[in-house]
Design a protein around this ligand. Structure first.
Ligand code: SF4
Ligand code: SF4
Ligand code: SF4
Length: 156
């Protein structure tokens, strides 16, 4: 464990900076978004996009997921989002300490929304996200009744 990880371990999760997943194909620099009336958010076909405090779009998976339709890239007047990406830079993880299936209560709520079949059920009923298949679309997140599906920065 390095110093940063050690520090994080002692900071309550409520005080940690929340990771915000960005639209597929977006750059890291969102300064242009401050001066924009955000057509990406208006036109997003699933309604998953919202603005952060700086005016930049992020995906609110508690609301919906990303279909990778590419509309946000098509309507962005500043070139912040580029078309053609079919993954989101995020890591989706099912926390076994919160997931009810890992505690012995049958639950397959995350299975149906995952069109990529990226959730494997260990021992037939304990879900695990298969990272090689997961696009981080986020559709599974809002279907989990216990909030066990976590969205983390993809550091790999
Ligand atoms: S690709 Fe489509 S669904 Fe995904 S955030 Fe952009 S507009 Fe929304
Ligand atoms: S349309 Fe482009 S510039 Fe405008 S808020 Fe969305 S990402 Fe930012
Ligand atoms: S496991 Fe990954 S690909 Fe499947 S619904 Fe969840 S975020 Fe999307």
């Amino acid at each position: 464990m390095n110093r940063r990880e050690l520090f994080k371990a002692f900071v309550p999760s409520s005080k940690r900076e929340r990771f915000l997943p960005r639209p597929p194909g977006s750059k890291d620099d969102f300064t242009s978004c401050k001066e924009c009336d955000a057509p990406c958010i208006r036109e997003c076909e699933t309604g998953v996009l919202v603005r952060d405090e700086e005016g930049a779009p992020y995906l609110l998976f508690e609301r919906s997921g990303c279909s990778f339709c590419g509309v946000c890239a098509q309507v962005c007047p500043k070139g912040v989002i580029s078309e053609g990406s079919s993954t989101i830079r995020a890591k989706i993880v099912i926390n076994p300490n919160i997931c009810s299936a890992w505690k012995g209560v049958l639950c397959f709520s995350c299975k149906e929304p995952c069109l990529d079949n990226a959730i494997r059920f260990e021992g037939l009923y304990k879900p695990v996200v298969v990272s090689e298949r997961c696009t981080a679309c986020g559709f599974c997140v809002s279907h989990c009744p216990t909030g066990a599906i976590e969205v983390r920065a993809n550091v790999s």
